[in-house]
Design a protein. Structure first.
Length: 319
């Protein structure tokens, strides 16, 4: 049996010019790499679907079938190594908890929402991060690179946790959702500040670099055994869209993890209602209209979006 039907990186498809997909020899594949295109047998059957996080058994199968190369999502760069002491880790953790508490206390959307009880946040102790000093350390690296990205990650984590509570997720799932939000943009710590802080529209090359951040985020988190796989997948897929127009893989609805769908919505809402280097914030009502359009256009999930719109519309309508 042999492998055939490989696709090329520049296949004519909307958005493919921004997808960081490259060929790699099967002899150089390592666990954790993400498949960029389907691996198809001569019979036409899909052996391994695009977006699969490759394991040892996948690699062994590909080598046995004499596949010379496959296409993976490029993103093997890593964040600068971190060698802080245990005390530094504790300080980083407290910084994050302090920021989360500040947002909970000051952001209007979260008034009357019992998030502090749901995710176990209280003064001096938190079930949110638990023993996960790695998470605190990683997000603090983002803070050092970009304060605005850091605050955005905190906001998205909190919004995601609230959505999870509205969807009746378990406490553990809500906790992991918040961690996914906190970590979703960690790859931006690698993106040059000249791109992150550019006040005008990005050119194609800059956009391509920016769109690498979700793959870079995943690749870095893959090295941490303390971080759940659902968190890593949610981070990797948070810019995928239901109609397949997203990145870095171009997955469609059934292949996108629910965590990624929730982070996509939370990310969109916070991006619209926050000041950006290239534009001023918009009102929450304007954000809801944009999200409604994205749902109707098959970008964002209908079920998750409907709950979000109902809850937030009711809250702002009472103001």
């Amino acid at each position: 049996m042999s492998i055939s039907g490989f696709y090329y990186v520049c296949q004519a498809r909307k958005g493919d010019d921004f997808k960081m997909i490259r060929p790699v020899s099967t002899r150089k594949i390592t666990p954790g790499m993400v498949l960029g295109h389907d691996v198809i047998l001569d019979s036409g059957r899909i052996l391994i679907k695009k977006g699969t996080i490759l394991r040892d058994d996948h690699i062994s199968c590909l080598i046995k079938l004499i596949a010379k190369e496959i296409y993976i999502i490029s993103g093997t760069d890593k964040l600068p190594p971190i060698n802080e002491s245990c005390q530094d880790r504790l300080c980083s953790k407290q910084k994050i908890l302090g920021e989360i508490m500040h947002v909970l206390e000051t952001k209007c959307l979260f008034d009357q929402m019992p998030v502090t009880q749901i995710v176990g946040i209280n003064e001096g102790n938190s079930l949110l991060l638990g023993d996960m000093a790695d998470v605190a350390l990683i997000i603090d690296t983002v803070r050092i690179k970009s304060e605005s990205t850091y605050h955005h990650c905190v906001n998205v984590g909190i919004i995601a946790a609230i959505i999870g509570s509205w969807l009746d997720y378990s406490n553990e799932e809500i906790r992991n959702l918040m961690l996914t939000g906190l970590l979703h943009d960690v790859g931006k710590a690698i993106i040059p500040l000249s791109i992150l802080n550019k006040p005008s529209k990005l050119n194609n090359e800059e956009m391509c670099a920016m769109r690498r951040h979700s793959a870079l985020s995943y690749r870095y988190l893959a090295d941490f055994d303390s971080i759940a796989e659902t968190i890593k997948v949610g981070v990797l897929q948070h810019h995928e869209r239901l109609d397949g127009s997203g990145y870095p893989i171009g997955l469609e609805a059934e292949d996108i993890h629910d965590f990624a769908k929730i982070i996509a919505l939370a990310d969109t809402y916070d991006a619209i209602t926050s000041d950006r280097i290239y534009r001023s914030r918009k009102a929450p009502i304007a954000a809801l209209k944009i999200i409604q359009y994205e749902i109707c256009d098959s970008k964002l999930d209908h079920c998750i979006g409907r709950v979000f719109l109902e809850k937030v519309s009711a809250f702002w309508g009472s103001k």
